[in-house]
Design a protein around this ligand. Structure first.
Ligand code: NAD
Length: 442
């Protein structure tokens, strides 16, 4: 079985490397020449734990190759995965499908140039609105007869930071197919995973496409729900972590995604909720709960900056704020739509100087944040600062030397947007400590 993986981003690289570890031959394609050159030279363009080792092994065994030549990879492939980006379209929030359609066009043209070529399954792995598979089918149909291809949907559910584990031991794999022939091929592709007891769930293509958005919208809703409960806890003196535990022990609710914080971010939830909202409106079936979730979450990020202002007595003009953690979650260098972007901007808008530290995200952050002083150590970041703010719960920020941090800071003020520390201990150490959804301590 030969696989072409179109797109060498977070999803394409990880899934390609994992398929190769099952013994499939994977040709990974990207239009970004510098990315391909770096991969060919043994580099890994993103930070994802374990990915470097997996790619190295696959390359040594001759199972993983990299190219900018889509046609070459497609000609050799039985299965072609499309894992290109589907960002928010500027202006209206719809998913921008330009990269998906461009890839489909090129696949069609390549197949047309090889009239004797065999049957291939084109699998859309990118997150795409319901009905996109139909459009991909129409694009291919302009170039090749229908018996030469099938189009399947196989949305990806991996989490950055734990992507390889998620791929190899997924809660489920969702495959959307509209014909038996494609189903048989997809069953062969996922046979190694079904041996791991991973449930591979087959449905029709449109349902698979919508399942991905429904999953992300549900998770975004769960996060936003606990965030609003956290606000109510702050107003009433209750403790959101205990509320979360109290409801999470109910198996109908479950304990995950109940950590109150600065609002969801990242490359998926913000854009996928927006795209679902637009799709639902277009089909005349608006999903008002998700509309509210997106708007509450947007407002929350700037509200976090106001928490800092309040902790400093109502004014931060001229103050230096140390921001600890920038990526939208730990164990990734992905800065797309990270809450830190809005928080830092709001702090600067209110006249503060911002100094920032992140273990892996600073290179990307530098390109996205202006007028921020980046430093490579959390204690240097806190040096003479008026307050520190934990935005991302990286391991190194979960076990800070609290005495050293306190002596580095000008004022012992810590705003903890991830509830990493214990209020009682922080009080004993002499901090003014402001967590989320739990009583602050002076
Ligand atoms: P990404 O931006 O990291 O990577 C996309 C890659 O595709 C880029 O390297 C780009 O150069 C390449 N590309 C674009 N057009 C191309 C073409 N015509 N031919 C070859 N390469 C092309 O994106 P990502 O984070 O990997 O996400 C890919 C898709 O998977 C998106 O639809 C996303 O919503 C979805 N997804 C992402 C995650 C995640 O955690 N990142 C999880 C699940 C699903």
């Amino acid at each position: 079985m030969k696989i072409a993986m179109i797109g060498c981003g977070y999803v394409g690289l990880v899934t390609g490397a994992c398929f190769a570890s099952f013994g499939f031959s994977v040709a990974s394609v990207d239009t970004d020449e510098s990315k391909i050159a770096s991969l060919k030279a043994g580099g890994v363009p993103i930070y994802e734990p374990g990915l470097g080792e997996l790619l190295e092994r696959g390359t040594k065994l001759g199972l993983v190759s990299f190219t900018t030549d889509l046609a070459e990879a497609v000609r050799a492939a039985d299965v072609i995965f499309v894992a290109v980006g589907t960002p928010s379209r500027r202006g209206d929030g719809h998913a921008d499908l330009a990269y998906v359609f461009a890839a489909a066009e090129e696949i069609g043209r390549t197949m047309a140039a090889e009239p004797e070529g065999g049957y291939k399954v084109v699998v859309v792995k990118s997150t795409v609105p319901v009905g996109t598979g139909d459009e991909v089918e129409r694009i291919l149909a302009r170039h090749v007869p229908a018996e030469r291809y099938s189009v399947a949907s196989n949305p990806e559910f991996l989490r950055e930071g734990a992507a390889i584990e998620d791929f190899k031991r997924p809660d489920r794999v969702v495959v959307g197919v509209n014909d038996e022939r494609a189903k048989e091929v997809m069953a062969r592709v996922y046979r190694p995973l079904s041996l791991n007891q991973a449930p591979v769930f087959y449905t029709d293509r449109r349902t698979a496409e919508l399942t991905k958005y429904a999953a992300n919208a549900f998770l975004a809703t769960k996060i936003t729900f606990i965030n609003e409960i956290a606000d109510l806890c702050e107003a009433t003196g209750a403790n959101v972590q205990d509320v979360a535990r109290g409801i999470g022990l109910d198996r109908r609710i479950g304990p995950k995604f109940l950590n109150a914080g600065p609002g969801y971010g990242g490359s998926c939830f913000p854009k996928d909720t927006q795209a679902l909202i637009k799709t639902a409106q277009d089909f005349g079936a608006p999903i008002r709960i998700v509309e509210t979730v997106a708007s509450v979450n947007d407002q929350r990020k700037r509200a976090m900056a106001k928490k800092v202002v309040k902790a400093l007595g109502g004014e931060i003009r001229g103050a230096t704020i140390a921001v600890l953690g920038l990526t939208f979650k730990p164990n990734t260098d992905d800065m797309r739509d990270a809450p830190s972007l809005a928080i830092v901007q709001a702090l600067k808008d209110m006249g503060a100087e911002v100094r920032a530290y992140d273990p892996e995200g600073m290179e990307n952050a530098r390109r996205m944040m202006e007028g921020v002083d980046f430093v490579t150590d959390p204690y240097d970041c806190a040096k003479d600062a008026d307050a520190a703010v934990i935005v991302t719960e990286w391991d190194v920020l979960r076990a800070l030397d609290l005495n050293l941090l306190k002596s580095s800071l000008k004022n012992p003020v810590l705003i903890d947007l991830r509830n990493v520390y214990e209020p009682g201990e922080m009080a004993a150490r002499g901090y003014r400590y402001v967590p989320i959804g739990r009583p602050s301590v002076e």
